[in-house]
Design a protein around this ligand. Structure first.
Ligand SMILES: [Zn+2]
Ligand SMILES: [Zn+2]
Length: 274
């Protein structure tokens, strides 16, 4: 084992500092699972989910820096990029028509360099990508996550049974499980339910989406106690117009939720702000 590590170092491979430190303490006899994972990362290097460059981490330092930069000047409530003339922490849309959710955090904009990674995760079932997105999320939002320690429950955006059978997994629930495990906060996929509607939500306008979404979501009556007076986080992969998250946040507040925050991976900018 020491020989393989030394070969990798001698080959000029650049190791992440964290991995370099860990490998320095590897003991052949008492090797832990943690070290095994890191060692396997070294033996089976991957490409960054952002820039596809060959390296040992799921997402490289250069891409993490780009993500940190993309957090500047976003609306605190809906996470849309703020225009130059918008001097408040909220965009004009949120100031005019306050959404029912209280805040939104995202990793980057839809259409940016993580878009292919989201498509591979969602449509090609590359579930391992969720770990990279999740790691980057914690890297980018450490302070916000500390502030949100008051979160009571983390909920996924529900998928209809028809769609779940067709796709094979709920991308929101897979992410939700990672957040829940890391933060040690309970999550539950049974609280929110959704009935199936035909039609393509992706290409629908904001008004069409809002109209279609009326009466699509409902709350499992057995889980009301998980909502009333609770601080809730909704997890989603892409926030497009925000219509789905608005409808769900309103529903949760109608059932007594104290606050509803959105944690999404990508946020679609408005056409005018592209
Ligand atoms: Zn990269
Ligand atoms: Zn806004």
């Amino acid at each position: 084992m020491r020989c393989a590590i030394s070969n990798a170092r001698n080959s000029g491979m650049v190791l992440e500092p964290e991995l370099e430190n860990a490998l320095g303490t590897v003991d052949v006899v008492g090797i832990s699972v943690q070290y095994t994972e890191r060692y396997m990362n070294l033996l089976l290097p991957t490409s960054c989910i952002g820039c596809q460059e060959f390296q040992t981490a799921t997402i490289c330092q250069k891409c993490r820096k780009r993500l940190k930069d993309s957090q500047l000047n976003r609306c605190a409530q809906c996470a849309l990029p703020l225009a130059h003339h918008e001097k408040n922490s909220l965009c004009l849309d949120c100031l005019k028509n306050q959404p029912p959710f209280d805040a939104t955090l995202c990793l980057d904009s839809y259409g940016g360099f993580l878009t292919d990674a989201i498509h591979s995760y969602k449509y090609q079932h590359q579930i391992a990508i969720a770990h990279g997105l999740f790691d980057a999320w914690f890297d980018i939002h450490p302070k916000e996550l500390k502030k949100d320690q008051s979160v009571d429950v983390i909920l996924p955006i529900p998928m209809s049974q028809e769609k779940l059978h067709r796709r094979g997994f709920n991308q929101s629930w897979e992410l939700c499980k990672l957040f829940s495990k890391k933060l040690k906060i309970k999550s539950n996929w049974k609280v929110l339910k959704r009935i199936h509607i035909e039609g393509d939500q992706v290409s629908a306008s904001k008004q069409e989406r809002a109209h279609r979404l009326n009466n699509v979501f409902f709350i499992n009556p057995n889980n009301i106690d998980l909502i009333k007076n609770k601080n809730i986080v909704l997890i989603d992969d892409v926030m497009t117009t925000g219509a789905t998250l608005s409808v769900i946040a309103q529903l949760l507040k109608d059932f007594g939720a104290q606050s509803v925050h959105n944690w999404v991976i990508l946020r679609t900018p408005k056409k005018s702000s592209c």
